[in-house]
Write a protein that binds this ligand. Sequence first.
Ligand code: 2HG
Ligand code: ZN
Length: 474
Amino acid sequence: MPRPPSSATLNELKAAAGTGSWFDTPEDMAPYLVDFRRLYRGATPLVLLPRTVDEVSRILAICHREEVAVVPCGGNTGYCGAATPDGSGTQIVLSMRRLNRVRLLDAPNYSMMIETGSTLAEAQAAARAADRLFPLSLGSEGTAQIGGNLSTNAGGTAVLRYGMMRDLVLGLEVVLADGRVMSGLKSLRKDNTGYDVKSLFIGAEGTLGVITAASLKLFPLPAATATALVGLDSPHAALGLLGRLRTAAGEQVSTFELMPRNAVELTVKHVAGVANPLSQGTGWYVLLELTSPNPKQDLATVLTDELQRAAADGMVRDAMIAASIAQSQAMWKLRESVPEAQRHHGASLKHDVSVPVSSVPRLIEEGAALVRRFAPEGEVLSYGHLGDGNLHFNVSQRPGSDTQVFLSRGKPLEKAIFDLVEDLGGSISAEHGIGRLKAEEFASRADPVELALMRDLKRALDPKGIMNPGKVLS
Ligand code: 2HG
Ligand code: ZN
C-alpha cells in the first residue's frame, strides 16, 4: 500500500526533477486536480514536470523506495478520470508536458521517434513537415498528448483505415515502477523476439509504468481528398452506404462518422460558426472522407457515382461533396463540435461503447428503448465512429427536466446499456479507457481469467502498487 510522502521525500523529488520543474502552490497545482469532465477533484502535495527520461527514472526510483503513489498526467483531456489524483493528498502528479522532443524522423522508414509529452497536433505537424502522415486524429488533438493517446489506446475518426493508437506503435521507451528504463524504441515492422511486452503499457493508463517515448508508424500524406456530408433515413441505410463505398474505394475510405438529426441541430444552435449545408432535414447524417496519396486520383467522381447509385436505390436522401477546403473544414467542424454542443445543452450521461459494425443499428434502436424506460428525462444523442463500430451512446437532459433526477438515472441506465452491449458482443469502453469511471463495471464484467492475469501483471510490474492506484483495476 502506498503511503504519504515525508517532507524529506518531497524535497528529494523536487531535486530529482530539477530547478523550476515542480509546482507546490495551490494556484499552480489547481489545473492538475480536476479532470476534463469535472467528475473528479483530487489533491496532491507536489506536481513534477521532468524534462528528461533520466529525471523520470530518478523520480520513480524514489517513489518506489518510499512507496509513494504517482499519477502520470498528459493533456488532461481524458473522459474517465485516469489522470486525476485521489482526495487523500498523498499522490504525486507527474506531468509529462516538458518531455516533448521529436528525437528522430526517419522518412524512408515511415517512422518517427517522439517523446510522449508532445501533443498529438505536434506529432502530426512533425510528420507533415517531412511529407508524411501521422494518422491518429481526434477532437482534442491540440491538447491531448501522445502519452495519453498511448495510455488510453486512443481512437478517433481515422480508425477505420489506420487502426487505433496501438496499431500505430513500433516501439516504446518506458520507465518502470521501480525506475528502471525499458529501451524498446525499435522502428521495425518485423521483430519476432519473444513476448510483445510494449503492448502491455498501451491502454494501461499509467498503472504499469510511464511511457516516455514512442516509435510511431507514419504513412504517405494524402494528396487527393473527397469529403461529403450525406443525409439518410436510418443507421441501417448508413451501414449499407459504408459497405458500398468500401467495395468501390477500398481502403481509401478513411472516415465514416454517424450523427443523428438532433446532434446536428444542437451543434448548429450552440456552436458559433457551424452550419448544416444540407436542406432536407433527414433523420441521420454521415460525414465521410476518401483520401489517396495519388494527386491524380479523382475521388470526387468515385464518390459522386456511388452516392448517385445509392440515392437511386433510396439509400441516400441528400448529399453534398465539399467543393473546397473551406467547405470540407466546415463539415468537419460540424462533426467535431458535437461534444461541445452537448456540454452547452445541459447534463449528459455518456457511454463510449463498441459493437460489431453490423450491430450498430440494433444498439441504437434497443438502446433508445432502454433510455425511454430508465431515463425518461433524457433524450438520446448517439453519434460516433460507425466505420469502426464505436458509438458514443450519449443521453442529454431534456430541457426543463430536473438535473438531479436525470443524473440519478445514470447508474441503472448504464447497467442496462452495458448489458445490451455485452449481449451484442461489444465492449463497455471503446476508445476512452477505464480510468476511475469504469473500474468497478470493468471488474464485474471482465472475463475472470483475463482479469486475474491483469492483476498478476500489475503485481509483477508494480509490486508496491504505486502506479496510478485505483485506476483501471479497482
Ligand atoms: C468524439 O468522438 C469524442 O467526439 C467525444 O470521442 C465523445 O463526448 C463524447 O462522448
Ligand atoms: Zn469518439
